[in-house]
Ligand binder design. Structure first.
Ligand code: GLP
Length: 242
C-alpha cells in the first residue's frame, strides 16, 4: 500500500481528484466506484470545478455506488441516491445506485454487483472509512470473501447519519453493500481519511492485523491501494509508515 499524507482536507480533495483524473486519462470509459460520506464532498466539488473548466471529462465514464440504505426511497433525504444527485454532478455517462425501495434488497444488490462485473469490473474504487473500520457498509465482522448483500447497520453507523436523515429513528436499520471481495476486485483502490476522529482506525487499518474486526484492514492484501490522509488522520501512524 502507498501512504500519502497531506496537510489538510483541502489538499486531500485535490489529490483525490488528481487520482480520479489520472484514471480517466488512462481510460476515458473507466468504471468508477465512488463513495458517499462527508470525506469525499470536497473532492467531488473539485472534480465538478475541473469539469466546468474543461480540465476533466467524464462523458464516457460510468459511476457506480458502493452501497445504499434499504427500506427507504430514492428521494429520502440521507440516502446515497440523494447524495449522488447532489454531489456527483460530473457529466458522467451513467450513475448507477442501488434502489433503496427494492422489494428484495438482497437479490437487488447481488444483481447490482453482477451488473458491475458484466460492465467489465471496477477500474478505480474510491473509499472512505468509518470510525469502526467499515468500508462501504461492510461493518466489523465482514469477512474478506464477503459478497454483495444486505447488512444490519451498527448503532455507530446509524448515528453518523442522524443529521442527514433528520433523526436517529429515521435512519434505516439495514443497508445494501458491495462485499469486501467485490471491492477488492477493483483494479485500483484509493482510500480517503481526514480528521482526528479517523486517526485511531486509520492506524489499525494500515498497520494492524488483517481482521474482519477492521474490514478496512483487508485492503492490505490488495496490490494497488493508495491511502490519502490529512495530517490529523495520519497522526497515530508509526514513524516508519509516515
Ligand atoms: C458511510 C458510508 C461509507 C463511508 C463512511 C465514512 O456510512 N457507507 O462508504 O466511507 O460511512 O463516512 P464519512 O466520510 O462521513 O466519515
Amino acid at each position: 500500500m502507498r501512504i500519502e499524507i497531506l496537510a489538510d482536507e483541502a489538499a486531500v480533495a485535490v489529490r483525490a481528484a488528481d487520482l480520479v483524473c489520472d484514471a480517466l486519462r488512462a481510460k476515458p470509459d473507466a468504471l468508477l466506484a465512488l463513495p458517499t460520506g462527508n470525506t469525499p464532498v470536497l473532492a467531488y466539488a473539485e472534480l465538478a470545478r475541473r469539469v466546468a473548466a474543461s480540465e476533466a471529462d467524464f462523458a464516457r465514464a460510468s459511476i457506480y455506488a458502493i452501497d445504499e440504505f434499504a427500506d427507504a426511497t430514492r428521494t429520502t433525504p440521507g440516502t446515497n441516491s440523494v447524495f449522488y444527485r447532489e454531489h456527483v454532478r460530473l457529466g458522467q455517462r451513467v450513475l448507477h445506485c442501488p434502489n433503496p425501495s427494492a422489494q428484495d434488497p438482497d437479490e437487488h444488490i447481488r444483481a447490482f454487483a453482477d451488473a458491475i462485473r458484466r460492465a467489465g469490473g471496477i477500474d478505480l474504487c474510491v473509499l472512505g472509512i468509518g470510525t469502526n473500520g467499515h468500508i462501504a457498509f461492510n461493518e466489523p465482522g465482514s469477512a474478506r470473501d464477503s459478497r454483495a448483500r444486505v447488512v444490519a447497520l451498527t448503532h455507530a453507523s446509524r448515528e453518523a447519519h442522524t443529521a442527514t436523515f433528520g433523526s436517529l429513528a429515521a435512519v434505516p436499520s439495514r443497508g445494501m453493500t458491495l462485499g469486501v471481495a467485490d471491492l477488492l476486485e477493483a483494479r485500483s483502490i484509493v482510500v480517503l481519511a481526514t480528521g482526528a476522529r479517523k486517526a485511531s482506525i486509520a492506524r489499525r487499518a494500515i498497520e494492524g492485523a488483517q481482521t474482519a474486526e477492521v474490514p478496512a484492514s483487508w485492503l492490505q492484501s490488495h496490490a494497488d491501494v493508495v491511502w490519502v490522509l490529512d495530517a490529523a488522520a495520519a497522526a497515530e501512524l508509526s514513524a516508519t509508515t509516515q
